[in-house]
Design a protein around this ligand. Structure first.
Ligand code: UD2
Length: 329
């Protein structure tokens, strides 16, 4: 049994990672400050006697180092951070404090507690306006926002510390992650969660731009499995790895898949393209596949169908619980 400390444990990717680790029989210490994560995401995990949870902010460096020193995990999976690209633009200093400062706090703690391995949640945002598709790890890195810059800086800090102090540092560059527990209700939510929510409401999805921009969608269970493999594989080499499906899907294709599942979904509306939007994104997963024998298990159509069905069952259950709408309040 391996003991793994997960930062950002109550978040979208964090909670799925915790669930996978517990299901495989490991001991997990979860840390989260609930800035964006929720207790609800940890409902399954908290039922396990092998799960310990601490409400904590990584930027309280001494407290966090104290926790890592007392728990002595075999691996730290560092997923905590400012997750919104828009927030990183609105408040670049907060982005540096949470996304670069948070990584430095993890580095300080693992050195102090002699933790032999760190897995870091990096992002396809490090490539930004790159070329040569599918993107390989050595592609040009030109982030288009402070979030991508902070991920790139964190990768460099971790790799440097790993070389100097002799631990293993693995940065996993997730592409567009989708799946359950991704909030659909913020203007900054991922496109899949927003469009699936449109299915639930039977409302027209709004496409920013012409819909020909592409993304590489990867299911959160595949990402959780990649995190677990990176944490547990014997002799895992330090380095940067794409965690991607290798499949390039346009937004028009995404809407087409959803309309095939739910023919009543209204045709999409089109709105102005978002500034700084990436035109093409698809990652080559070959490096990670070679190290881990990883191949994504979840196809986009099966993953979407599961989400659409999950949300329709949820809204049916909610409508049965709710009293009928009052005509006047
Ligand atoms: C995603 C991640 C970001 C970072 C980046 C890496 C999310 C929310 N963001 O940004 O954190 O990792 O990838 O490159 O996961 N769109 C619409 N209609 C909508 C919502 C979005 O047309 O209602 C478009 C949007 O303009 C973009 C595409 O859909 O062209 C994907 O948008 P996104 O916010 O899901 O993800 P992205 O790739 O901008």
């Amino acid at each position: 049994m391996t003991k793994i400390l997960v930062t950002g444990a109550a978040g979208f990717i964090g909670s799925h990672t915790v669930d996978s680790l517990l299901a495989s029989g490991h001991e997990v210490v979860g840390v989260d400050n609930f800035r964006t994560g929720s207790r609800e995401n940890l409902r399954q995990a908290t039922a396990s006697p092998r799960f310990d949870f601490q409400v904590m902010d990584l930027t309280e460096v001494e407290t966090f180092t104290g926790l890592v020193r007392s728990q002595r995990p075999d691996v730290v999976i560092h997923l905590a951070g400012l997750v919104s690209v828009q927030d990183s633009r609105a408040d670049p200093a907060l982005n540096v404090r949470l996304n670069v400062g948070g990584t430095q706090a993890v580095i300080d703690a693992v050195i102090s507690a002699s933790v032999p391995r760190v897995i870091f949640a990096s992002s396809a945002a490090v490539y930004g306006d790159s070329d040569g598709f599918p993107l390989r790890e050595d592609a040009l890195k030109q982030p288009l926002n402070p979030y991508g810059e902070a991920k790139l800086a964190s990768e460099a800090l971790l790799a440097g510390a790993a070389r100097m102090h002799g631990f293993t540092a693995v940065s996993l560059r997730y592409f567009n992650v989708y799946g359950s527990r991704q909030a659909p209700d913020s203007p900054y939510s991922g496109v899949v969660s927003r469009f699936v929510d449109c299915c639930r409401r039977n409302q027209a999805p709004v496409i920013f731009g012409d819909g020909r921009q592409t993304r590489d969608f990867i299911h959160v269970r595949d990402v959780a499995r990649a995190n677990m493999q990176a944490a547990l594989l014997p002799g895992m080499p330090s380095g940067d790895y794409n965690v991607s499906s290798g499949q390039e899907t346009s937004l028009l294709d995404l809407v087409g898949l959803l309309r095939a599942m739910q023919p009543s979904l209204p045709v999409p509306k089109f709105s102005a393209a978002q500034s700084g939007d990436i035109r093409r994104s698809v990652g080559d997963p070959a490096r990670w596949c070679a190290v881990s024998r990883f191949s994504p298990r979840e196809t986009l159509s099966a993953g979407l169908l599961e989400l659409v069905e999950y949300h329709s069952t949820e809204s049916l259950a909610a409508s049965q619980l709710l009293p009928s709408c009052p005509t006047k309040l």
